[in-house]
Design a protein around this ligand. Sequence first.
Ligand code: ZN
Length: 211
Amino acid sequence: MFLENKANRNINRGWIEVVCGSMFSGKTEELLRRIRRANFANQKIELFKPAIDVRYAEEEVVSHDSTSMISTPVHNSAEILIYVNLDTVEVVGIDEVQFFDEGIVDVCNKLADNGIRVIVAGLDMDYTGKPFASMPQLMAVAEYVTKTHAICVKCGDLAQYSHRLVANKKQVLLGEKDSYEPLCRHCYNEVRRMEEDENSKDFEEKEEILE
Ligand code: ZN
C-alpha cells in the first residue's frame, strides 16, 4: 500500500504520483483514498477531472463503488493552472488523466516543481492494449507509480486489459460494466484471436456473397 512520504515535511517539496491500471482496477478509489488522507491532514486540496467524463455527476469524481468527492471539470490541461493557487494549494488530484491533451505532463511537472503533491489516476492502456495518450510520459516523470489490477472475469487471475465488448473502434468510449470486461494477458490474447478469426470469417462470407 502506498504511504505518504513524511520526510522534509517542512520544506515545500512537490512530487508526482501516478495510479494507473485497467478498468475496474480501483484506480479512482485509490486516488480518493489518498485525497481523503490528505484531507484528514488538513491539507488544501484541488480535485479535477476532464469535462468529457460526465458518466455520473457533473462536479464529482465518482468511482465505481460510489464513493465520491467534489471535483472541478476542466476542458484542457492548461485550465488546471488557472484554478490552482500555487501559494496555497498543497495537493492536486486529477482523475481520468488519460483523457487530457499532451500538455498535462508539463502541467503536472509545473505543479510539482512549485511544491505541490500531484496525484493522477488513469487508464494505462486503451481497449486494444496500446498505451493511452500521455500515460507513458506521466509514468516516466512521476516519483511514484502504482499499477492497480482488476480480476480477470474468465480465470480469476490479475487482469490488466480492458476488453471492449461492443463493436466500436473509437479510442474513447465512456462506458460501464456492459461495455468492458477486465481480462488477464492470457485470456485477452485468446479472446482477441477468436475475434480476429470471426472477423476474417465475416469477410470471407461477404466475399462469397459478392461472387
Ligand atoms: Zn484470465
